[in-house]
Write a protein that binds this ligand. Structure first.
Ligand SMILES: Cc1ncc(COP(=O)(O)O)c(C=O)c1O
Length: 362
């Protein structure tokens, strides 16, 4: 059978060993004689799974003791609203939102409903290449309650690799497409959140890591399902969680550990993206419009010289076993998402195909 590689931006490729484990224990999870999908979220074994998942996240990310973890619902987009709802007290308060692409801007769009948003564009273009201004030049407002940014813009293929170092500012990061792909200095953040359908598991869960001293709003008008105070009090089990998703995520965390953790994945992820960027830069056919310093390791975007060739590229690549390479409608072109589960062999196969396509149609 042809080897298939899934380059989807999310829901995305899962490790094969995880899928096999899911298959093998589908009818009898953890000696319960029933499927994980039939287990109550109050079941002792499932409660154990939650605690193990938290510990695995702590071990992988070196989460300090003064931080806690919640597993939330509604994806990262829900956090775009619940963050200001929980952190802002009055509509006259200000929050800084970094505009580095689609998701950064979207988070700001939602926040505007609850506070004054200081939207800070950090992208500039030089010789047709997009770059991110260095953090020290970002125009953070003195009186803002927090600074929100997205270190990896999944759609635009832009990464911000600098670690934030703004004194006395609460930093919030949407790490949806980069959490668990490399180590992070958690101490620099007040809140880190990420939806799960990239490096963590399947869609339906949002990992939410927060500093304990952030006393969340006591406002009684916050809907309970969005109220961080409430969600924490109930150990993320205020309402029934997507059991299956949490279970898959727990297996992925174990898989990441077994493969050597985040330093190892960072090394492999950089190797993978470098291979593709090198192939793009060497060719006179493909191009990428992002400066080397801000190229994403997770989502590699590239363009063909003629838009009309896109569909043919996608059709042929699919028949070759390279799936879901279509760029997001906003960015166009081709997008290869290279999350942890994508092996180097998948990247090499894509490069081989790119070379063939260029030779044949270039
Ligand atoms: C960086 C980033 N933020 C937010 C989202 C939205 O996530 P969700 O669809 O889980 O709400 C995505 C989805 O791809 C993303 O990549």
């Amino acid at each position: 059978m042809k080897k298939i590689f899934n380059f989807s931006a999310g829901p995305s490729m899962l490790p094969k060993t995880v899928l096999i484990k899911v298959k093998n224990e589908l009818f009898n999870w953890n000696n319960t004689n029933v499927s994980i999908m039939e287990i109550s979220h109050r079941n002792k074994k499932f409660l154990n799974l939650i605690e193990t998942m938290k510990q695995d996240l702590r071990d992988l990310l070196y989460i300090p003791k003064n931080y806690n973890i919640m597993f939330l619902q509604g994806g990262a987009r829900t956090q775009f609203s619940s963050i200001p709802i929980n952190l802002i007290n009055k509509i006259s308060e200000t929050a800084d939102y970094i505009d580095s692409g689609y998701w950064g801007k979207y988070a700001a769009y939602e926040a505007k409903k609850y506070c004054i948003v200081n939207l800070i564009n950090v992208i500039y273009k030089e010789k047709l290449k997009k770059s991110v201004f260095p953090m020290k030049s970002w125009k953070i407002s003195k009186n803002s309650k927090y600074v929100h940014y997205c270190p990896n813009e999944t759609i635009d293929g832009i990464a911000i690799n600098e670690t934030p170092n703004f004194t006395d500012k609460l930093i919030i990061g949407d790490f949806s497409s980069t959490l668990l792909s490399k180590p992070i200095d958690i101490n620099k953040f007040g809140i880190i959140y990420a939806s799960s359908q990239k490096n963590i598991g399947t869609s339906g869960m949002t990992v939410f890591i927060f500093r304990n001293d952030l006393i969340f709003n006591n406002n009684k008008n916050i809907p309970s399902c969005l109220n961080y105070r409430m969600l924490y009090k109930y150990n993320s089990l205020f309402n029934t969680p997507p059991i299956f998703n949490w279970y898959v995520s727990s297996l992925v965390l174990k898989w990441i550990k077994s493969k050597g953790g985040l330093l190892k994945f960072n090394e492999i992820n950089q190797k993978k993206s470098k291979l593709i960027y090198k192939a793009i830069d060497k060719s006179n056919f493909y191009y990428n419009n992002i400066d080397n310093l801000n190229r994403s390791d997770m989502n590699v975007i590239f363009y063909l010289p003629n838009k009309k060739l896109n569909n043919l590229f996608l059709k042929l690549s699919q028949s070759y076993g390279l799936l879901f390479l279509k760029g997001h409608r906003v960015a166009g072109g081709i997008r290869a998402s290279l999350y942890n589960a994508m092996p180097i062999s998948g990247v090499k196969k894509l490069i081989k195909f790119m070379k063939y396509f260029e030779k044949r149609y270039g």
